[in-house]
Unconditional design. Structure first.
Lengths: 385, 316
């Protein structure tokens, strides 16, 4: 009886808070959320996302906030777990003053929470979730400032063919949505380019031992090993164990590997000469980013590459909220509309940001880096050609 | 590719996969021993054992971290590795004893399910304690200064041994041999066997059962801690969450070998490790864990008491 009452009550409470398209006075306050895996294996990149978004919020607040109201930035930790991601989404949706969310950065969490945010018209801008289907389901509230997997997959295939002269490729992917998808898209691209000697195997993230599957890779004798895993620590283990087993293929890692501490330093020399791709360019080479880089690095240490898109995304979100609030009241729907109207936003990423009607970035580039000493050197940019 | 060519690819992997499996299996065995010893005496599944392993890994990391200056260890590498293992064993053993005193002893005469829940609680508590005090970041073991470049990888025939693999295999088997010797030859070992056989009867024979239980937790946890540090040295990483997976595998190994039987745990661990590595050779690697559990289920259907466990008549 008590349980039934509680259930009904909580459903009612959620329904009440979900609020169907009401608009409110800006003066009540403005909250923006940040959903991500702030604990667990991906805590480092996600904290970089949060801290970068915080810098943007602080800058807006220093300028007087929005309509004189200070913006409050709220963290929602999903620990990379879709179920916890849904809790975060419900919490954010229930917060009446919440007008937009940065994240979730993981494709599988973004997928699980898509409907919750969508039903509440709460705008989300992800800075890293690249699974193509996320923007193919008709939702209007979902945006991303990073390229989709199909763009990255094709660009990576091009890079392997043109820059690495690959003829025989081993693809190892972690068994999560983002990695599986990246593998599928890349393999499709490789085949289109005439590379058909491909081996695909899977790994379990966080397992710390990939020597069995790498032994299998060694027997395949590939000239490129494309190692698709979410986090830098897993990539570090991959490159270290590949080297240990005497695999002489070129190691080619994914976005997560662009991390000096957890990839280059953690692999203690094994990563030398390895390649990684990233959705963000070399931020140090962009003059407009210098101020942000200085602010970030003086407080939080070296950037890995996940921060800049988050700083950009938060600025874009706050710009949209600012426009939506210009008449003194604001609704979530208005924020979503304003985001769709963003055209050629010139921020710190080195390319103008415009969203297409699906919420995807118009014109996506993929950046390629080589590990040289204790740093990444940008060696190529691919834009689908 | 021809059939012979395919076979060839499988065959050339085998020696290396055996090495991979043996190292992994040795680690599973060390963890399984902790499960099986506690079960043998108290009849409870100590779910917190995986966390003890994780704490061992962290302890080893801290010892290495404190003995490293500018990426160089400040004393002899052999000494550093020994210190890492010994201190990790001591600390894990201590934590194991504490959990027994605080969370299990008060429930000694309660129904088994209460003990099980208590163990689950200890597991969650320890995991979050480490998360709070050590953070969620993955810690990397900087092992390059421990082993000279020339010794890092040893090629023997078609198989590659890394120095750390050899070390892990040697230390694992040494620890297991020591344990076997202790249980077989010493008076304490005899008392442990007696307590495992019948805890009440052992009390009547003048065995201080409380002391034996404490000792079992100490030894089991110390071995778990050693496994944590060895894995840290081998796979170079530890984080607060590693205990879950390791605990699951250790538990599986213990059941496979016959829970309650120490030699069974050793056999079960090694079998599990080798089976997983070989599975990857012949099947898509996604089936790695499937194969491990199919073996477990098959064994349990044929021999519900495990490979080396004893068939105990149901007490009424």
């Amino acid at each position: 009886m008590k349980k039934a009452f509680l259930t009904v009550f909580s459903i009612l409470a959620v329904l009440c808070f979900a609020g169907i398209g009401h608009s409110a006075d800006v003066k009540k306050g403005i909250h923006v959320g940040d959903a991500g895996a702030f604990t667990g294996d991906a805590a480092a990149p996600c904290m970089e996302i949060f801290n970068s978004a915080q810098i943007a919020v602080d800058e807006w607040n220093a300028k007087g906030g929005i309509q004189g109201v200070k913006i409050e930035h709220i963290m929602g930790d999903d620990a990379m777990d879709p179920a916890q991601g849904m809790n975060v989404a419900h919490k954010f949706v229930a917060d009446e003053l919440m007008y937009g969310v940065i994240g979730p950065p993981m494709s599988h969490v973004a997928q699980a929470t898509l409907k919750i945010y969508g039903d509440a018209d709460l705008a989300t801008i992800t800075t890293a979730a690249s699974k193509p289907e996320l923007t193919e389901q008709g939702y209007k509230h979902f945006f991303r400032v990073n390229a989709r997997n199909d763009a990255h997959g094709w660009n990576c295939a091009l890079f392997m063919k043109k820059q690495l002269n690959a003829k025989r490729v081993a693809v190892l992917n972690e068994k999560v949505a983002y990695c599986e998808n990246m593998a599928t898209q890349t393999i499709a691209g490789l085949k289109k380019l005439g590379i058909t000697d491909i081996m695909q195997e899977t790994i379990v993230g966080g397992a710390k031992d990939y020597s069995a599957v790498l032994t299998k890779v060694k027997a395949f004798k590939p000239d490129v090993l494309f190692f698709i895993a979410t986090t830098a620590p897993d990539q570090a283990i991959g490159v270290r164990q590949a080297k240990e087993l005497g695999i002489d293929a070129i190691f080619f890692g994914t976005e997560g590997a662009r991390d000096k501490k957890d990839f280059i330093q953690a692999s203690e020399g094994a990563a030398e000469g390895a390649y990684v791709y990233h959705f963000g360019p070399d931020i140090y080479a962009i003059p407009a980013a210098a101020g942000y880089v200085k602010k970030y690095e003086s407080t939080y240490g070296v950037l890995s590459g996940f921060g800049p898109p988050a700083y950009e995304a938060m600025n874009i979100l706050l710009t949209a909220i600012d426009q939506a609030a210009s008449d003194g009241d604001i609704s979530r729907k208005e924020v979503v509309e304003k985001l769709h109207q963003i055209k050629n936003y010139e921020g710190i990423l080195g390319f103008p940001v415009t969203f297409d009607e699906k919420g995807d970035l118009l014109g996506s580039a993929t950046y390629f880096f080589k590990v040289v000493g204790n740093d990444f050197q940008q060696v190529a940019v691919m834009t689908g050609k | 590719m021809s059939y012979a060519g395919t076979m060839d690819i499988y065959l050339q992997q085998l020696p290396q996969q055996l090495v991979n499996g043996l190292t992994l299996g040795g680690v599973y065995a060390l963890i399984a021993i902790g499960y099986t010893m506690v079960y043998g005496i108290l009849g409870m599944l100590n779910f917190a054992h995986g966390e003890i392993y994780m704490i061992g890994g962290f302890t080893g990391w801290w010892v290495l971290h404190l003995l490293t200056r500018n990426n160089e260890v400040i004393m002899n590498a052999v000494l550093v590795i020994s210190l890492m293992i010994i201190i990790a064993m001591a600390f894990s053993g201590l934590v194991g004893m504490l959990t027994e005193r605080v969370a299990y002893r008060p429930l000694r005469n309660a129904p088994r399910i209460n003990l099980l829940l208590s163990a689950l609680g200890v597991s969650i508590f320890l995991q979050n304690l480490v998360l709070n005090y050590q953070g969620a970041k993955v810690r990397s073991f900087h092992i390059s200064s421990l082993i000279p470049e020339s010794l890092r990888v040893i090629q023997i025939g078609p198989a590659v041994f890394s120095f750390m693999r050899v070390l892990v295999i040697v230390v694992t088997f040494l620890l297991m041999a020591l344990l076997a010797l202790m249980i077989k030859k010493t008076k304490v070992g005899k008392a442990m066997r007696a307590t495992a056989q019948d805890i009440e009867a052992a009390t009547f024979m003048g065995i201080d059962v409380d002391r034996i239980v404490v000792l079992v937790f100490l030894i089991g946890s110390a071995l778990g801690g050693a496994a944590g540090t060895l894995v840290g040295l081998l796979f170079t990483q530890v984080d607060y969450y590693v205990g879950f997976q390791a605990g699951l595998k250790g538990f599986t190994a213990a059941v496979l070998g016959g829970i309650g039987n120490i030699y069974g745990a050793m056999l079960g661990g090694i079998l599990l490790g080798v089976a997983e590595s070989l599975a990857v050779t012949f099947l898509p690697s996604a089936y790695k864990d499937v194969v491990a559990f199919v073996i477990l289920i098959t064994v349990l259907i044929a021999r519900p008491w495990g490979l080396m466990g004893e068939k105990i008549p149901e007490k009424v």
